[in-house]
Design a protein around this ligand. Structure first.
Ligand SMILES: *Cc1c(COP(=O)(O)O)cnc(C)c1O
Length: 410
């Protein structure tokens, strides 16, 4: 059944098997292994002749239910739940990369993603090509026959850069390279990644999905819109499985070998988080947009960076892709690092913590925290200024948040 609302399709997602006690809420199947009647049944399950669960590193009914709900919302044929956003990124890249391959991306990335690509992968012979993903020609120039992926964030954290995904996907499709997007900053209930040509979508479900920052999690969503025949590591799989090559290899090999599957407790909490995702996002993103405009009026704030502001260089492309309220994260610059620190020290309602899209508003100084271990030269290259403050807007009223920042400026 196709419902018009996010909530109806989500809340009506059936369990793959009815619980013995007809529990209305999905039970948390807190078990490492599943038992069988006969050796033949075990053979059938282990060899994949049926869908029975065998071991919770591979599949688990509670986690599968969470994945089914994500599939119901996104319309994607496969969603795989991992135990963090970073695990989702590592699983995806390790599936595609090989000695001699290159990845075309940007320096404007989440800190650990940058470090994974630039440091962790390097000794394995994977080259990372940093370019300007807002310049389609620059991306085009950097792609060659060994490019295994183009990777970017839909709104980079914390630079707030927005690439034109449709334009990029025209290039990647032409060159037979998968377009992989980290969509954490806008929930998949609002941003329909496949409509903009994204092939593999990655989400840190720690953020909006978990709802109240209860748990870490990650998702790999396969939109079934890429022909893997030209992808070196998937050629043989594509012969056998067609467009499903990526997700079959992920399920049958990569995710079980890396051992970072989501736990049942987390899947339970994040399933609940999904139920209120849209409600929370509507309020948080509209508050963020209003607050961004109000902060522009304060003379002590040098500049406010939010793609929903009319004078933002990415306003038009952001509106086309994400609507009028593009997310619940903004950054603003004070006159100096000292003034940024002073403001952060004085806020009373807003909490000093990392993380994004908690129900509580969170404030952080990216240069000295998330990017604290990078050299000043690296920070410059990544456009991380020590005047910048990042704010994640929660469920509090805009007036209260604005007053808090005003009193903190003094
Ligand atoms: C937080 C975040 C990640 C990493 O997710 P974890 O769940 O913390 O591992 C990746 N990308 C973006 C854009 C993020 O904000």
């Amino acid at each position: 059944m196709n419902y018009s609302s996010y909530e109806a399709s989500l809340l009506s997602t059936p369990y793959s098997k009815q619980d013995a006690y007809r529990s209305l809420s999905i039970p948390v199947y807190n078990t490492a292994a599943f038992e069988f009647e006969t050796a033949a049944d075990m053979e059938a399950a282990f060899c994949g002749h049926n869908q029975e669960h065998v071991y919770s590193r591979i599949t688990n009914p509670t986690v599968q239910y969470f994945e089914d709900r994500v599939k119901a919302i996104t319309g994607a044929p496969e969603a795989t739940a991992l135990n963090s956003g970073m695990a989702a990124i590592c699983n995806t890249i390790l599936l595609l990369a090989y000695n001699g391959a290159n990845i075309v991306t940007t320096r404007h990335l989440f800190g650990n993603t940058f470090s994974f690509l630039a440091n962790t992968l390097k000794p394995y012979g994977v080259e990372v090509r940093f370019c300007d993903v807002t310049d389609v020609e620059d991306v085009n120039r950097n792609i060659d026959q060994n490019t295994c992926a183009v990777f970017l964030e839909i709104i980079s954290n914390p630079q707030m850069e927005v690439a034109d995904l449709k334009a990029l996907s025209r290039i990647t499709r032409e060159k037979n390279v998968p377009l992989i997007a980290d969509t954490t900053i806008i929930p998949f209930s609002v941003f329909r990644a496949a409509d903009f040509g994204v092939n593999i979508e990655i989400v840190s479900s720690t953020k909006y999905v978990s709802g109240g920052a209860t748990s870490l999690g990650g998702l790999i969503i396969d939109h079934d819109n890429f022909d893997w025949h030209h992808t070196p590591k998937l050629k043989d799989w594509a012969e056998q499985f067609g467009n499903a090559a990526f997700r079959v290899k992920l399920r049958k090999e990569i995710h079980r070998n890396l051992g970072a599957y989501m736990t049942p407790q987390t899947a339970y909490m994040q399933s609940l988080g999904l139920e209120t995702l849209n409600l929370r996002y509507e309020k948080q993103s509209s508050s963020c947009c209003k607050l961004a405009a109000k902060l522009q009026e304060l003379p002590q704030i040098e500049s406010v960076n939010y793609p929903g502001l009319k004078d933002n260089p990415y306003y038009d492309i952001s509106k086309e892709q994400f609507g009028l309220n593009p997310g619940a994260m903004l950054t603003f610059d004070m006159a100096s690092k000292k003034e940024s620190f002073d403001l952060i020290d004085r806020v009373k309602l807003i909490r000093r913590a990392t993380n994004l899209f908690d129900n509580k508003s969170l404030i952080i100084h990216p240069a000295t925290t998330i990017f604290g271990t990078f050299s000043p030269a690296q920070r410059d290259e990544m456009n991380i200024s020590d005047k910048t403050i990042r704010l994640s807007v929660g469920l509090e009223e805009v007036e209260d948040l604005f007053e808090d920042i005003q009193q903190a400026i003094g």
